[in-house]
Design a protein around this ligand. Structure first.
Ligand SMILES: Nc1ncnc2c1ncn2[C@@H]1O[C@H](COP(=O)(O)OP(=O)(O)OP(=O)(O)O)[C@@H](O)[C@H]1O
Ligand SMILES: [Mg+2]
Length: 232
């Protein structure tokens, strides 16, 4: 059975100020089997991020179903899930790397990753969470001098690497990646790739958007193209 099946998903945005409706994504259907890595490709503005935001439910889907096979709730339509269910899933089953760091103020870089690890492993595993946090921060070459700082002043790439570390440390069942390598240099991109390969070997299912098609080479099992509306 598929871990995630998107069935005829559409989302548009009504802009009241100009009284116009903007199409986000239209009639999207595809499925993700457990352990697969699927890449979404398509031109800018074609609705790739909208799909991820509908799964994460920061966008409320308009039409269609997002059937997710949850460990906790069984088969669940994320388009209909309650806010409580979504909060649970975001904490324990789903991961999302957006291009923007969504951190609370006055949380240090280390705290952000540690909080994420503690959420996933539970409070009894504090020593493991702390060790994993340091391993992750090191893996992404986040300078030790930055660990105790607030990331507000971090560079774009530093924020992004922190974001990825916080999402990946949880080993979520389903990981959503929205251009996680966009502002990174080659060395950092390779670090992201290494972790993606590691997670994949551990069985994490992933849905990712990458501008850099070369980066996806040999990583994706399938590619869903927005214009063609089908999987290749
Ligand atoms: N909250 C919103 N309000 C209004 N329009 C929106 C909103 N979010 C997205 N859109 C519009 O929906 C369309 C699809 O946006 P989306 O971000 O999904 O594109 P994308 O394929 O991810 O593009 P890119 O490759 O540039 O990131 C765009 O035309 C965008 O302007
Ligand atoms: Mg996008």
């Amino acid at each position: 059975m598929a871990l995630l099946e998107i069935d005829d998903l559409s989302k548009s945005f009504l802009l009241h100020r100009v009284d116009r409706r903007i199409q986000g994504c239209q009639h999207v259907s595809f499925a993700l089997e457990p352990g697969q890595f699927v890449g979404i490709t398509g031109r800018s503005g074609s609705g790739k991020s909208t799909i991820l935001r509908c799964i994460w439910r920061t966008n409320l889907p308009e039409q269609g179903r997002i059937l997710y096979d949850s460990a906790r709730f069984g088969l669940l339509d994320l388009a209909q899930a309650t806010q409580r269910q979504m909060l649970y899933l975001r904490a324990y089953e789903l991961g999302y790397v957006s291009q923007f760091l969504n951190a609370l103020p006055r949380q240090t870089a280390r705290d952000i990753v540690l909080k994420s690890a503690l959420e996933a492993y539970g409070p009894d595993e504090r020593a493991r969470a702390e060790a994993e946090t340091e391993r992750m921060l090191r893996h992404f070459d986040l300078d030790e001098g930055l660990w105790e700082l607030y990331p507000r002043t971090f560079s774009g790439g530093e924020k992004l690497r922190l974001n990825i570390a916080a999402a990946m440390i949880k080993r979520p069942r389903l990981l959503l990646l929205d251009e996680p390598t966009a502002s990174l240099d080659n060395a950092s991109k390779l670090k992201v790739r290494t972790l993606i390969e590691q997670l994949k070997a551990e069985g994490t299912t992933m849905l990712g958007i990458f501008h850099d098609l070369e980066f996806m080479e040999g990583l994706c099992d399938h590619e869903f193209n927005m214009q063609e509306g089908m999987m290749a």
